[in-house]
Design a protein around this ligand. Structure first.
Ligand code: GLA
Length: 372
């Protein structure tokens, strides 16, 4: 048996645009971050997976024959769920020691959970001598999050975490689960990621509620026209047929359909180098997430508006699931320090929370190295 030790990592992610459309068959534009979760993994020749963390005193042992039993473990449920799903998909699980070093800030909306799930499955592949298939791993990790953790997320986070490429975003078609890489080139501007530092506990239940609302919208709209998902509709077609929807459900669905349109326009603006248009689209996305989808909240609004008020910022929006977490802003490179100072002061004055800015690059998805 191979008892060599490895370092396996998977990335956190940021989403440029295409928010809350992945589970509606839409296209999204995420990128993997250089913030990652890294596992030091050594096969141990037993029937157990021993988990430890560099940042926590906890140690948890998972019995490979009882992987269904760890759903209530606060930290280990992500690992147990990933191993459980991977096993149920017919893969061999091999006993090993895994030490987690997560550099994706927790609760930041930058997908620490996807990074943990994806790297866990990748590490299990390495332990069993299996080849790494990033897309297959992403789909299994999403299943773990949906069925084991109970968060009904789409495929975006796990896909970006597994398949990301340095200095590239991915235009991911969530209906087909296929992507193309898009070079990240913002000209005179730089992407600035800022955390609003608001703890967000209700995320899972609110998220699942929004997902149900879009499913209700789809079922009603399917009585009017032949579509597989909300992303199949143009804004014009939606306007024609959406009278059947109750007011709130209509607002939710309108966000999805209009956000899909913004993704198309964002691709156009990136390919023509029209940064001002891209900035406008970020602002419009935030507005729709605030007014139609109602997933922003006081803190994310205050942070995005403070950013939008700075003269060197051409666009700002929340990124990820919402209710807390991070914003992204496009800021002229020569004014980033002034921007940070301006936004921090305004935001803290309004909300009482500090802002954390991250110095982070666009990185690769899964990385496997031998540990020396
Ligand atoms: C969370 C989910 C993703 C996606 C985003 C919103 O990050 O995990 O699947 O739905 O929210 O775009």
């Amino acid at each position: 048996m191979n008892m060599k030790s490895y370092k396996i990592s998977a990335a956190g992610r940021v989403n440029l645009i295409g928010e809350h459309v992945d589970y509606c068959g839409g296209k999204v534009l995420p990128a993997a971050l250089s913030f990652k979760n890294t596992i030091k993994m050594t096969p141990n020749g037993t029937n157990f997976i021993n988990l430890s963390w560099t940042t926590l005193p906890d140690k948890v042992t998972l019995d490979i024959d009882k992987l269904a039993e760890y759903k209530d473990e606060k930290y280990a449920k992500y690992q147990a769920g990933s191993a459980y799903v991977w096993q149920r998909l017919g893969h061999k699980i091999v006993g090993c020691d895994m030490e987690y070093d997560c550099k994706v800030p927790f609760g930041s909306g930058l997908s620490s959970s996807a990074a943990i799930e994806v790297s866990t499955i990748a590490a299990l592949c390495v332990a069993a001598g299996e080849e790494i298939n990033p897309k297959e791993i992403a789909l299994a990790a999403q299943k773990a999050e949906n069925e084991y953790v109970g968060m009904n997320c789409g495929i975006m986070d796990q896909y970006a975490s597994a398949c990301g490429k340095k200095n590239h975003a991915m235009l991911l078609n969530c209906k087909a689960v296929e992507s193309v890489y898009v070079p990240i080139e913002f000209g005179d501007y730089q992407l600035v990621i800022a955390n609003c530092n608001k703890p967000h506990d209700l995320v899972t239940s609110k998220y699942n509620e929004r997902r149900q609302e879009t499913e209700q919208a789809l079922a009603l709209l399917q009585t009017q026209t032949k579509i597989d998902c909300l992303a199949d509709l143009t804004v014009t077609k939606f306007d024609e047929i959406s009278r059947v929807l109750p007011t709130i459900i209509r607002k939710r669905a309108y966000h999805v359909v209009s956000e899909c349109e913004r993704v198309r326009l964002a691709m156009q603006s990136m390919s023509t180098g029209n940064m001002l248009m891209l900035g406008e689209l970020l602002n419009a996305s935030h507005k729709s997430l605030r007014d139609n989808y109602e997933v922003t909240g006081k803190e994310l609004d205050s942070l995005a508006f403070a950013a939008q008020a700075h003269p060197a910022c051409i666009g700002s929006r929340m990124t990820g699931g919402g209710f807390g977490g991070c914003t992204i802003s496009l800021v002229r490179k020569d004014s980033v320090e002034d921007f940070k100072k301006f936004v921090s002061e305004r935001y803290t004055k309004e909300t009482g929370y500090p802002v954390t800015f991250y110095d982070c690059e666009i990185g690769d998805g899964i990385i496997v190295e031998e540990n020396d």
